[in-house]
Design a protein around this ligand. Sequence first.
Ligand SMILES: Cc1cc2nc3c(=O)[nH]c(=O)nc-3n(C[C@H](O)[C@H](O)[C@H](O)COP(=O)(O)OP(=O)(O)OC[C@H]3O[C@@H](n4cnc5c(N)ncnc54)[C@H](O)[C@@H]3O)c2cc1C
Length: 404
Amino acid sequence: MTVLVAGAGPAGARVAQLLSRRGISVVLVERLKRPQDQIFSSAVIPIRALHELRVPISAVSTFWSGWQLFDPNGISHEWFSDENIGVVLDFAEFRKQLWAKASESGVELLLGWRVSSVQSHINSVEVLLVDPNGSKQIMMVDWVIDATGNRRALLGKPELRQLSSNDHLMEGSGIEWILQGDEMNTFSWMNRVTFFLGTKWIPYGYGWIFPMAYNRLKIGVCRLPPAKEKRLVPLLDQLLNLINENGLNNLSVIDRHGGTIRSTLRRSEPHLSERIFGVGDVISTANLLGGEGIRHALASAEVLADFISKLCLSKHSSEISSKAIDSTYKSLLRRRLGFRWNISNKIAKRTWLSLSNEKADMKMTALINGMSKNSSAEDLSALLFDYRFERYGFRLMPYLFGWR
Ligand SMILES: Cc1cc2nc3c(=O)[nH]c(=O)nc-3n(C[C@H](O)[C@H](O)[C@H](O)COP(=O)(O)OP(=O)(O)OC[C@H]3O[C@@H](n4cnc5c(N)ncnc54)[C@H](O)[C@@H]3O)c2cc1C
């Protein structure tokens, strides 16, 4: 049995490693040549994910113990914990570690190669690969896993007819620069993650400043506007505004990157098409509230690796219909990500699509003021990482759900 995994981001590299450890022959194909190419992710994750999802400690750029929110009026609110709450990963180092772990487990890793197309047959898949010199090669495998992130290179972007009636595809884009500072000019941004919320900063989205090792800062903006909104200021202008407003224009820019966030609210799109499984961002595991997808991509890789291993052991696997495989995989993933994941996406939709006018700014200000009075840093983590909205009590629920 051979499985080909297209894409060696967090989802693809992890699923390849886990399948190989279970004795399955795995080829992992990644179009990038080096882990430091296109490091689009801000890579903030909660500290417990290091242990729960076996994220290597050497991929940590810095730890942080506080949340800071700038409200729509530009007023700062802070919450600090005695313990570290989360980490900012060095995404290039994280990729490097994931690739190393996959190789150590016996995965054949093809860097600089691209999966161009796939064709499913009854019991096999024909894969057209393009090598680093541009030559084409065909490989026959038993299953393919599409782990190409929001590009969805093999499974394709979900069409409306493939989604359940209460589902919706949301798309956003983000850009981020890495700034090099010194101890003096980065001091006030260290040990915390900072978000900027409100139309003054960016309509339909949020801005951020995250600390990194060596006095570096990640500064970025992301927005998820309604599809028909045509009057948007260029994202780059919004980023420059954030840099100016925070007096960071004197820092040198050492990297510029950006990417797309694309997720359905309820993940009702097919997770399998013929002999091609999806994993990670391909099947919308990135959560839209804070654009957080690394943890969920890794979790989906664990679910899929378990599922495929069991499928391989089953004597009757060839008799199971694609529809049954798709629905079992979906329900296993739903169980793993939990019902709160959906609620969070629903809140994200209401929040980002409406954050474009004074009324929305006022709601946001009221929400942040409420949290300022009643919440601890741990409460914020429970909200933004665990999606435990009920901990805010009934007074704040109406704001969170957009009822006021
Ligand atoms: C601006 C921005 C900020 C973000 N910040 C955070 C954050 O702070 N915390 C967080 O948890 N998440 C964040 N995310 C989301 C997170 O980075 C993704 O959810 C996560 O990387 C998804 O992992 P993945 O493996 O599914 O996909 P990806 O990481 O996108 O990996 C897909 C891989 O497939 C490769 N590929 C694509 N097409 C092909 C092909 N045809 N053949 C071979 N290889 C191919 C790509 O090169 C890539 O390496 C952010 C995203 C953006 C855009």
